[in-house]
Design a protein around this ligand. Structure first.
Ligand code: X8Z
Ligand code: ZN
Length: 639
């Protein structure tokens, strides 16, 4: 069935949810296609939901155990369950064909579309049952291996590449009352990310970047084969390819959705260009021409993040003068003795302040909140809804820093959404679209303002209006920088699925799109076998990425609407809806709708508008954009 995505939605729809994936039939991997001919649409859908739920009952648990405890055996189990899911979801998708043109309610039509278009990576169902099972097994062995290879990725701390003493100094300084790390142990992704964030030594940055991008060349043949299988599956279901199928999940024809994305990008691109130009100038001033030239693309490892996707870790370099907010949230969290649980409890308290019920006890008993030392886990943060009812959990290797404080809210947003729509029919237990699922927690986190931090007792003084540029710059580095990155990820996959990028071109296309959209360039030349896309979780994890682009637009629309509902008249970046039960009630109404209505209906329920639109984001940053334009005068912007 659809893939269980964990980062977000549940299998509500076994279909297109969030960041992990599972799939399978209730009655075992080779359940025969039902003799559905005599069923009415209602009967078919009831059966489809029953089979899907029975499948989800075991598949989610297997996926959970696999990602919490990666071994050959749990990989095997996950591939087995995944294969059963592929068979189930593809069978149900094919069965919807008999109802084409039949008289159905809008809800029934919607469920049929979810069944047909919502499979993240379908397999073809041609040939005998045995043939079908063989290809489903192959697909799911590949997807499980890709995921686990990523999860197990480590970087040898090679003295030929790294200044080991300097690296250990950074890593040990950030440890929270723990023993110094084993100086010989390879770097985890969290550690490499810490180096990207904290080091200002271009050699260390390049080594951490290069080291992590060495985990993925082995994924390439598997990826190529997965694309072949997925496309064959998509074509059988009436789509041109997997790209067409992914884009068919937005209540409009795929082509219109792609045009919507272009429209949004056109709206926000000028703001990104101004930010790029400003940050490049600052990096040039910091590192000099030999490291970062005044013109052309930015060296990707200088931006504070492994994928150059969010740049707030280099706030110190980009900070506007004389607008210091007066605190550094990472330092404050550490000083105030926040541990990982307190971070999550604080996130929960925001949601309950809006009137949502607290998380269940099982959340605290069953979530994974810190990286275990004794086993391999998928550390990429995700939120799960194991039983499509109350057994909600997160899994993240939380670090005590500002970034993970946001991520905690992000993940909890998924969980609170899941619980809000738990009374919907199974196929509607999902976000209005996947961008909504990603936007809920981020929208809440936009209310983490200085005023809110003061209410929590984390800071004692609210910075004056003169700090606004600093606050806005920090947010822009987190949010605006991300937009072209998100586009790159799925533009790359769309081109791959469409055959416009061949396997021989996989890496070059990724580098080219990074240059075209983000204006970045790799810090080191790429070897012939490089597969840089595989070093980003969502590629081996098969999580569609357009959702995040949409989320980063939608969350500003939600924030603006919520602040207007709250009667806020000040600048949007100073507005916090913390404690506002009226806004919370309206918000809950949207959440409870789940996927039961076209997404414009859900958007309208909360914001009063039916159109996704980048102008809320652009207006949020307007004062900063004006200021950056001033600063950029005389520079030759662009790349
Ligand atoms: O993957 C995530 C979440 C889980 S859905 C942690 N995010 C994207 C990423 O890390 O690449 C959130 C923002 C973008
Ligand atoms: Zn998410």
């Amino acid at each position: 069935m659809r893939q269980i995505l964990l980062c977000g939605a549940a299998i509500g729809a076994l279909f297109l949810s969030s960041c992990n994936s599972v799939s399978a039939p209730a009655t075992g991997p080779t359940a025969p296609a039902a003799t559905a001919a005599k069923e009415t649409p209602a009967q078919f859908l009831a059966r489809a939901e029953k089979e899907s739920q029975e499948y989800a009952d075991y598949a989610f648990r297997i996926a959970w155990v696999n990602s919490n405890f990666i071994t050959d055996d749990t990989d095997w189990l996950n591939a087995w369950a995944g294969s059963a899911g592929t068979l189930l979801s593809v069978r149900l998708a094919n069965e919807t064909k008999q109802f084409e043109g039949a008289d159905m309610t809008p809800e029934q039509k919607r469920k049929m579309t979810i069944l047909r278009a919502g499979i993240v990576m379908p397999a073809p169902s041609t040939g005998t049952l045995e043939d079908q099972k063989k290809i489903a097994d192959e697909l799911n062995t590949i997807t499980t291996d890709l995921n686990s290879t990523y999860g197990k990725g480590k970087i040898p701390l090679d003295p030929a590449k790294f200044d080991v003493a300097a690296v250990l100094k950074i890593l040990n300084a950030s440890r929270n009352k723990e023993e110094p790390r084993d100086p010989k142990a390879p770097l985890t992704l969290e550690e490499a990310s810490l180096l990207l964030s904290e080091s200002r030594d271009p050699k260390i940055l390049a080594a951490a970047w290069e080291g992590w991008h060495a985990i993925s060349p082995g994924m390439k043949p598997d990826y190529q084969r997965m694309v072949e299988i997925g496309n064959a599956g998509a074509r059988e279901l009436g789509f041109e390819d997997v790209a067409d199928m992914w884009l068919a999940n937005y209540d409009m024809p795929s082509k219109d959705m792609e045009a919507t994305v272009e429209r949004l990008w056109t709206q926000v691109k000028p703001l990104y260009n101004d930010l790029h130009c400003y940050v490049r100038g600052k990096l040039n001033a910091k590192y000099g021409d030999a490291v970062q030239a005044k013109t052309g693309p930015i060296r990707a490892d200088l931006l504070g993040n492994m994928w150059a996707q969010q740049w707030d870790n280099i706030y110190d370099i980009a900070a506007p003068p004389a607008s210091d907010p007066g605190y550094d949230l990472t330092a404050v969290l550490k000083q105030k003795g926040y541990d990982e649980i307190k971070m999550v409890k604080t996130g929960e308290a925001f949601f309950t302040s809006l009137g949502l019920a607290p998380l269940p006890d099982t959340f605290w008993q069953r979530s994974l909140i810190t990286r275990p030392r004794d086993r391999e886990v998928i550390c990429h943060a995700s939120a799960w809804d194991i039983d499509n009812l109350d057994d909600i959990r997160i899994k993240m290797c939380t670090q005590i820093n500002a970034e993970d404080f946001s991520t905690v809210h992000h993940e909890l947003g998924h969980n609170f959404y899941q619980r809000a729509y738990k009374n919907q029919d199974l196929l509607f237990k999902n976000g209005a679209n996947d961008g909504f699922h990603e936007a809920i927690g981020d929208f809440v986190a936009l209310s983490i303002t200085p005023e809110y931090l003061k209410q929590l007792g984390l800071i004692s003084n609210v910075p004056p209006a003169s700090a606004d540029l600093g606050l806005l710059m920090d947010r822009a580095l987190e949010k605006v920088s991300f937009l072209p990155f998100a586009l790159k990820v799925d533009k790359w996959r769309w081109q791959v699925f469409r055959g416009q990028t061949t396997p021989a071109q996989y890496n070059q296309a990724w580098v080219d799109l990074g240059r075209q959209y983000q204006g970045i360039t790799p810090p080191v030349s790429r070897p012939g076998d490089a597969f840089d896309p595989g070093a980003k979780y969502h590629i081996p994890g098969n999580t569609p990425y357009l959702r995040y682009f949409l989320s980063f637009v939608l969350q500003f629309q939600f924030h603006k609407a919520a602040c207007e509902q709250a009667g806020w008249t000040g600048p949007l970046h100073r507005c916090s809806i913390y404690g506002n039960k009226d806004v919370g009630a309206k918000f809950t109404k949207m959440l409870e709708m789940g996927a039961s209505k076209p997404w414009p209906d859900a958007l309208e329920a909360f914001t009063g508008t039916r159109e996704i639109d980048g102008s809320a984001l652009v207006s949020y940053f307007a004062p900063l954009q004006t200021w950056m334009k001033e600063q950029n005068k005389g520079q030759s912007c662009g790349w």
